[in-house]
Ligand binder design. Structure first.
Ligand SMILES: O=C(O)CCC(=O)C(=O)O
Ligand SMILES: [Fe+2]
Length: 349
């Protein structure tokens, strides 16, 4: 596969390739205060749960504040991830040959073997739960990533509890259905190199939804994440110290489409290199994920067929990334009362 240093030329990845990179600066991105969700008085808390439900239903995207992840830990993981990208190619080669389901991968684009459009992103992906995996260098990465993984997993599980309540279910219902005690977690460092022609916007990562349940993301102070809200691309600008939370495909499946895995992309191309760091949780790998019966009373109106999370992830990660084509494969086709599955189709690549 292509080395992270072999990036497409500016011409190859102009804003045209991004499908028009322009976006309106974000307004009204919901903000969730974790302090209130965890320690708020009853009435304050129920309001926060209701707002969280709206954020998941209307946006599939929000910011979280008062999250308890120390700023020093965020800086440490970002700095160490930057050090990794700067290592000589020789040190990273082993992981650049990795396949989509290998626990440590370094690469370019989404999956450069199949990418339909070149993307200006270098990435490090490492599975961090239930088993922790990490490259040997930089030496301090192991300790920092382990702590970051533990801390952000706790935060994401707390959010999941509140999301479960926002659906009118018990706090533990989603965790029980998705076996989150042994949840899957992946940490991803993204690096978008600075552009030699900074006047041109470039595609950093094509529009997609994430394969997991919830994604937590922060960036190095350089904007570029765009979210699709009501058909419009908005540039996401974070509140200082906050995280972005992105609803993923498993949340859409398990809620029978009530909460949506939001489409997002990265558009870059400035003078400064951009970095983001992602912590994503999903169901335990061997869980068959399907709409909760509570979300589809009497089995009517099922939007998705069940699929093992491992199979879903492999399918999504092995294809050229293209919006929500992976989810579309398990989407049911409604014909009056008859439900048929679109299982015969394949994702466009
Ligand atoms: O870098 C970003 O802001 C987006 C990254 C992303 O969407 C991903 O890693 O799945
Ligand atoms: Fe993403």
């Amino acid at each position: 596969m292509a080395a992270p240093s072999r990036l497409p030329s500016n011409e190859e990845q102009s804003a045209d390739a991004a499908g028009g990179g322009s976006a309106t600066p974000s307004q009204g991105i919901p903000v969730v205060d974790l302090g209130v969700l965890v320690n708020g008085a009853a009435d304050e808390r129920s309001r926060a749960i209701r707002d969280l439900g709206r954020a998941c239903e209307d946006w599939g995207f929000f910011m979280v504040t008062n999250h308890g992840v120390p700023e020093a830990l965020r800086e440490a993981i970002m700095d160490t991830s930057k050090e990794l990208f700067r290592l000589p190619l020789e040190e990273k080669k082993e992981y650049m040959r990795a396949k989509p389901m290998d626990p440590i991968r370094i690469g370019t684009g989404f999956y450069s073997v199949v990418d339909a459009v070149p993307c200006r992103r270098d990435y490090l992906k490492m599975f961090s739960h239930p088993e922790f995996h990490c490259p040997e260098k930089p030496a301090k990465l192991r300790e920092i990533a382990m702590e970051y993984g533990t801390c952000t997993r706790a935060l994401l599980l707390e959010l999941t509890k509140a999301i479960s309540e926002s659906l009118g279910l018990a706090g533990g219902r989603l965790s029980e259905a998705l076996n989150l005690d042994s949840c899957f977690q992946i940490l991803v460092g993204n690096h978008y190199p600075a552009c030699s022609r900074p006047d041109e916007e470039a595609l950093g990562l094509s529009a997609h939804s994430d394969h997991g349940l919830l994604t937590l993301l922060f960036q190095n102070g350089v904007d570029g994440l765009q979210v699709n809200h009501n058909g419009e691309w908005l540039l996401a600008k974070p509140l200082p110290g906050s995280f972005f939370v992105i609803a993923g495909d498993q949340l859409e499946i398990v809620t029978n489409g009530r909460y949506k895995g939001v489409l997002h992309r990265a558009v870059v191309g400035g003078e400064q290199s951009r970095m983001s760091f992602v912590s994503l949780i999903g169901p335990a790998m061997d869980t068959v994920v399907e709409p909760l019966p509570e979300m589809a009373p009497d089995g009517r109106g099922l939007e998705f067929r069940g699929i093992r999370y491992r199979d879903y992830m492999e399918m999504q990660q092995s294809k050229s990334i293209n919006e929500k084509t992976a989810l579309d494969i398990i989407r049911m086709k409604h014909q009056g009362e008859m439900l048929t599955c679109q299982g015969g189709s394949t994702p466009s690549t």
